[in-house]
Design a protein around this ligand. Structure first.
Ligand SMILES: Nc1ccn([C@@H]2O[C@H](COP(=O)(O)OP(=O)(O)OP(=O)(O)O)[C@@H](O)[C@H]2O)c(=O)n1
Ligand SMILES: C[C@](O)(CO)[C@H](O)COP(=O)(O)O
Length: 241
C-alpha cells in the first residue's frame, strides 16, 4: 500500500454520480428527478450526505446536458455543496471525471472519497458514519453491502438452469469509500475508453489485487432501478417522517 505523509489528516469527500438516464425505471425523465415523497429523488440522497458533518464536501456529477438540477434540488446550497457537469457515458466514467473535478478543487491522493449513487435515496447518515468508522483506518477502504438472503438461480431466459452457492455472497451497495489516489489508479482505464464492464468502485480496486472491507448495511439502502422501486421508496420515506 502507498505510504501517506504522517500528520496530514485526510479529508472526506462524497462523490455522487447522477448523470444516468434511468432507462430501466420506465420514467419519462431521468430517474434521479422523479418525485418521491414530495421531492426529486436525488434531493433525499443529497440531504442525507450533507447531514454527515464528517464530510468536507459533497460533489454531485451531472450530465453536461442537465438543465434540471438547480430547479429540482434547490436546497443543495452552501460551501459544502459542489456541482460539476462532467458526467460520462457510463457510471464509471462519471465517477472518474468526478475524481478529476475533486482534484481540481484541491483533493489530495490520501483523501477519502465516498462514492454514492444518486439513485440510493434511502441512505441514512448513520450508515455513512458506520462505513467511515470501519474504513478510516483500513489500508484499502470498503463499501456498504448486505449478505445475500435468497437462493440464487442461474437463468437461461425465464428458466432456472442451476442454483448458485450463496455462501459468502454479498450484494454491493454504496457508499464505497477509497482513497482518491487508489480510486483514480483503479479507474484510470475508464478514461482511456477501456474497462467498460466496471459497475462499482470496489470491483476496480479488486482488479488491482486489493480486498475492500465489507461493512454490513440494511437492505433498505437499495438502489431505485425498476418502476416498482419508486412506490416502495415512497412508502419507506413517508413512514420515516
Ligand atoms: N452514465 C452514467 C450512468 C449512471 N450514472 C449514475 O450512476 C448511478 C447508478 O446507476 P444506475 O442505477 O444504473 O442508473 P442509470 O444508469 O441512470 O439507470 P439505467 O441503467 O436503468 O439506465 C445513478 O445515480 C446514475 O445517475 C452516472 O452518473 N452516469
Ligand atoms: C454501484 C452499484 O450500486 C453497486 O450495487 C451498482 O453496481 C450500480 O448499478 P449499475 O446498474 O451497475 O449502474
Amino acid at each position: 500500500m502507498t505510504a501517506f505523509a504522517v500528520g496530514v489528516e485526510p479529508r472526506f469527500y462524497a462523490l455522487v454520480p447522477a448523470a444516468g438516464s434511468g432507462s430501466r425505471s420506465g420514467a419519462a425523465i431521468p430517474k434521479q428527478y422523479v418525485s418521491v415523497a414530495g421531492r426529486a429523488m436525488m434531493g433525499h440522497t443529497l440531504d442525507a450526505l450533507l447531514a454527515v458533518p464528517e464530510l468536507d464536501a459533497v460533489l454531485v456529477v451531472l450530465s453536461p446536458q442537465d438543465d434540471c438540477f438547480e430547479s429540482a434540488v434547490p436546497q443543495f446550497q452552501g460551501a459544502r455543496a459542489w456541482v460539476a457537469r462532467c458526467g460520462g457515458a457510463s457510471r464509471a466514467e462519471s465517477v472518474a471525471q468526478g475524481l478529476r473535478e475533486l482534484q481540481a478543487r484541491g483533493a489530495q491522493p490520501h483523501d477519502w472519497v465516498l462514492v454514492h449513487d444518486a439513485a440510493r435515496c434511502l441512505l441514512q447518515p448513520a450508515w455513512v458514519q458506520q462505513l467511515m468508522a470501519q474504513c478510516r483506518d483500513d489500508e484499502v477502504g470498503g463499501l456498504l453491502a448486505t449478505p445475500v438472503a435468497d437462493t440464487l438461480k442461474q437463468a437461461q431466459g425465464q428458466r432456472a438452469v442451476a442454483t448458485v452457492d450463496r455462501a459468502n455472497k454479498w450484494a454491493a451497495q454504496t457508499p464505497q469509500m477509497f482513497r482518491w489516489g487508489l480510486l483514480m489508479a483503479a479507474l484510470a482505464p475508464v478514461l482511456q475508453g477501456e474497462a467498460a464492464h466496471i459497475t462499482d468502485e470496489a470491483s476496480a480496486v479488486e482488479a488491482l489485487g486489493h480486498t475492500p472491507r465489507l461493512v454490513e448495511a440494511p437492505f433498505e439502502n437499495f438502489k431505485l432501478t425498476y418502476p416498482a422501486d419508486f412506490a416502495l421508496a415512497e412508502r419507506l420515506l413517508r413512514s420515516r417522517a
